[in-house]
Design a protein around this ligand. Structure first.
Ligand code: PPS
Length: 567
């Protein structure tokens, strides 16, 4: 198969017409695109999703969900839909235009609305992903994030979304086509990836290209990948390091601003169509391509070779030939990589699993050169230092007067004595003075207060510092929300200061319990307001009969056992 590298149609209009349309668009209902819609719109406009001319109509959508085809029979596996709120949908009339804008309000496209409908999301999940479990990231997005109403219709493109990062590595399908034409590349094999490349990947892509007698396009996704993946900034620096390892002029790297759905077999077919549009003739499809992880029974959602089977079946229509992904393994005796099926009996295969790699990165352990290139390892280490150098949050919760602030202060001093990371104490009283001075003690206000503390702590954690928080935080759900916010960036250590109400009241350091009993302070935690004790805190401190120093040392021991500080 040789590539026909003629330009493919885009949905953009001329700059002059765009200026005119922009002036006229002021009165149109205006939709601020979500991150996923921005990715979709970019590929619609630049021809990456050809032959689509806009967001799917209802007829196309139904046909894609049930038969993997547009209403006219063209193969198209993934619903590309404009999901909106009910409120916005009410403002939209069929036959009228709407303005599509980015988060800053820049007008990117006009859509002529031909269809508006309420999709049956469970049927979509079942049809496209073959499951309704929200453990599947594609289903989770559909059910929990996507709006309830879909709009369909053709797009008139005014300008592509703006990117400030890696500009020279981002290419439209036509830019890549013209690049291939210029270099005389006619057979091009694409490698789709959302992970950093290690030596086995480099070996297998190189071999795949050689076997297909093709040049290689490393085409990583930088739009939206699986939640929890390594950020694209780090990955792109890794890809650039690996690019140098291929023979000069055989291989190129280009970034694809695709929002993945993790749809396994259907997604593989979609990836193939997108690569055809980018001028490729071949694509490497591996085991469990675009796999969404495991379901609630701990099983994979799709069989390991389903993606390859579906791709192979539709290869002619896709217009891209599938190249089998050969698993490459390192043979110790030969100090070289070989396809697994060429390993001789008695030879030793060395391997490091993804989980083991993450453990070694987390704990700052050795990662051998046979496994990955030193430049890649150092990028990964830079972006995810071992736990003992990452930020974390210690979140004290307990009744007023339980000793939260005093223990947190003692802990702060101990951590500062150790040095290494900046420590910030977000004490209940201090926060209420500086961040939440307008708030009272209703449930609503307490929740706002705790979320603010959580936000500040998550920023501190993200930037490698230690945040110590010491509010009452009486509600479990709010504490759970804060935990989620922080665990995106580092560890969250919940400390329940479990001093009993009787003891707090007996101490009554600020005299507040007395006032609360007399009804002079309303909504007082433990007296006239609830306190939901944590069920599973990382540590529960019993303060009665123990001094502050001992309590703070208990927390230090816990931090050590979690690998957050070094003894
Ligand atoms: S919360 O529920 O987490 O938002 O509370 P927090 O920000 O930690 O504030 C608690 C401190 O405010 C004083 N105070 C009260 N606490 C509980 N209930 C009522 N109604 C109340 N009114 C004032 C009290 O001094 C708390 O300080 P600590 O340090 O916890 O004793």
């Amino acid at each position: 198969m040789m590539s026909n590298l003629a330009p493919i149609p885009e949905l953009f209009i001329s700059p002059d017409s765009a200026v005119k349309l922009r002036q006229e668009a002021g009165d149109l209902p205006s939709w601020d695109l979500t991150q996923r819609q921005l990715c979709d719109l970019e590929l619609l406009m630049n021809g990456g999703f050809a032959p689509l001319k806009g967001f799917l109509s209802e007829a196309d959508y139904n046909s894609v969900v049930s038969d993997m085809r547009l209403a006219d029979g063209t193969l198209w596996p993934m619903p590309i839909t404009l999901d909106v709120t009910e409120e916005f949908a009410e403002k939209v009339e069929i036959g009228r235009d709407i303005a599509l804008r980015d988060a800053e309000g820049v007008l990117l496209a006009i859509m002529s609305v031909t269809d508006k409908w309420v999709p049956e999301k469970s049927a979509e999940a079942e049809g496209v992903f073959r499951t309704q479990e929200t453990l599947h990231p594609g289903v989770n997005y559909l059910v929990n994030k996507a709006g309830p109403v879909y709009l369909g219709g053709p797009i008139t493109g005014l300008q592509p979304p703006v990117h400030y990062d890696f500009k020279l590595r981002r290419n439209t399908p036509n830019e890549l086509r013209s690049f291939f034409r210029k270099l005389g590349w006619r057979r091009i094999v694409a490698f789709q990836t959302r992970n950093p490349l290690h030596r086995a990947h480099q070996e297998l892509t190189f071999r795949a290209a050689r076997e297909a007698q093709a040049n290689l396009l490393i085409h990583p996704v930088v739009g939206m990948t699986k939640p929890g993946d390594i950020d694209h900034f780090t990955r792109v620096r890794c890809y650039e390091a690996v690019l140098d390892k291929y023979p000069a002029a055989t291989t190129t790297l280009s970034l694809l601003n695709l929002a993945m759905r993790m749809g396994g077999p259907r997604e593989a077919v979609w990836h193939g169509i997108i690569r055809r549009n980018h001028g490729c003739t071949h694509m490497i499809v591996g085991r469990d391509h675009a796999g969404p992880g495991k379901n609630s029974k701990g099983e994979n959602f799709y069989g390991p070779y389903e993606a390859q089977d579906l791709f192979r079946k539709h290869q002619d229509e896709i217009g891209v030939e599938m190249v089998d992904f050969k698993q490459m393994v390192y043979v110790q005796e030969k100090a070289q990589y070989f396809p697994r099926d060429e390993v001789q009996e008695g030879e030793t295969i060395l391997d490091i699993s993804g989980t083991e790699l993450r453990r070694r990165l987390r704990e700052g352990l050795e990662i051998p050169e046979w496994f990955s290139f030193p430049e890649v390892v150092s990028e990964l280490r830079r972006s995810k230092p071992p736990r003992a150098r990452q930020g974390f949050t210690v979140f004290f919760t307990g009744l007023s007067g339980s000793g939260k602030s005093t223990i947190a202060n003692a802990l702060m001093v101990k951590l500062m004595e150790m040095g290494g990371r900046p420590v910030t104490l977000l004490d209940g009283d201090v926060v209420r003075k500086h961040l939440s001075s307008e708030l009272g003690f209703s449930k609503e206000h307490r929740d706002i207060n705790i979320r603010r503390i959580g936000y500040v702590a998550s920023e501190i954690t993200k930037n490698g510092g230690i945040a110590l928080c010491a509010p009452i935080a009486p509600y479990a759900a709010t504490r759970a929300a804060v935990r989620e916010m922080i665990e995106e960036h580092g560890a969250f250590v919940e400390v329940h200061v479990a001093t009993s109400l009787e003891e707090c009241e007996r101490r009554d350091r600020k005299g507040l319990y007395k006032l609360a009993r007399e009804g002079k302070i309303k909504e007082f935690t433990g007296i006239s307001d609830p306190y939901e004790a944590p069920q599973n805190p990382e540590i529960r401190l019993d303060t009665e009969g123990f001094d502050i120093d001992y309590c703070a040392s208990q927390v230090i021991l816990k931090l050590e056992s979690m690998g957050l500080i070094r003894a």
